[in-house]
Design a binder for this molecule. Structure first.
Ligand SMILES: [Fe+2]
Length: 211
C-alpha cells in the first residue's frame, strides 16, 4: 500500500500551519460568511472540521463492514473489487489522519448516521438473499454503490470547502480520494454489467422464474 512520504507530509503540515497562524488567511473572503460559533472558529471552519470527523467515522465504519460484503459475495470478480476497495479505504483513513495532523488536530470521529444506514441496508440485502446467487451479488453491488455515491458527495463537498478556506493542499488530498471513489463506483458498474450479460446469455432459452 502506497503511503505519502514523510517529507511530503511535512511540507503539507508546514503550509497548513502557516495558514492557521495567520487568522486572516483562515477567514473566508466574503464577510457575509460571518463567524457564527464560539472559540474563534467560524461557522464555515466548524462545518469543515465536523465534516472531516463525519467522513472519518464513515471510512472507519466501512473498514469494518466491507469484510462482511466480501465474504457474502459469490463472484470472485466482485470479491476482488471489494477487497481492493478495503485496502484503498484503509488508505483513505490514513489520509484523513494526515489532514487532521495538518490542521493541528487529533483525529476524531463523529458518528455518521448516513453511513450507518447504508451499511445496515447492505447487511439487509445479504440477509434477504440466498448465498451464491446473482441476486445477492447484484444487491451487494447496489449497496456498495450507494456507499460510493455518499462518499463521492462528501469528498466533493470537502474538497470545495477546503478550497474556500484556502487549504488547497488539503483540497488536493480530497480530490485524490474522490477520484478513487469514482473509480470504485465505475468498476462496480462494469461488474454489474458483465454479470447481467453473462446471466442473460446463460438464461437464454430457459424458462427460469428468477434471473
Ligand atoms: Fe473511501
Amino acid at each position: 500500500m502506497a503511503r505519502s512520504s514523510i517529507s511530503k507530509k511535512d511540507t503539507l503540515k508546514k503550509t497548513v500551519s502557516s495558514k492557521l497562524q495567520s487568522s486572516s488567511d483562515f477567514q473566508p473572503e466574503e464577510s457575509k460568511i460571518a463567524s457564527t460559533s464560539s472559540g474563534g472558529e467560524t461557522g464555515l471552519q466548524k462545518l469543515f472540521t465536523d465534516s472531516i470527523k463525519d467522513i472519518y467515522w464513515a471510512e472507519n465504519h466501512l473498514v469494518k463492514s466491507l469484510p462482511k460484503m466480501i465474504n457474502a459475495a459469490a463472484s470472485t470478480q466482485l470479491q476482488g473489487a471489494l477487497s481492493d476497495h478495503l485496502t484503498i479505504t484503509e488508505e483513505h483513513v490514513s489520509r484523513l489522519e494526515q489532514v487532521f495532523e495538518s490542521l493541528g488536530k487529533k483525529p476524531k470521529a463523529k458518528k455518521c448516521d448516513a453511513m450507518e444506514g447504508l451499511t445496515k441496508e447492505g447487511e439487509g440485502v445479504i440477509e434477504s438473499t440466498d448465498a451464491g446467487t446473482e441476486a445477492r451479488d447484484q444487491g451487494i453491488i447496489m449497496a456498495a454503490q450507494k456507499v460510493e455515491h455518499y462518499e463521492i458527495a462528501s469528498y466533493g463537498g470537502l474538497s470545495q470547502l477546503a478550497k474556500t478556506l484556502g487549504f488547497n493542499d488539503i483540497s488536493d488530498i480530497f480530490e485524490r480520494t474522490l477520484a478513487e471513489e469514482k473509480e470504485a463506483d465505475q468498476l462496480l458498474t462494469t461488474i454489474a454489467e458483465n454479470s447481467s450479460s453473462t446471466s442473460t446469455n446463460s438464461n437464454a432459452g430457459t424458462t427460469d422464474e428468477e434471473i
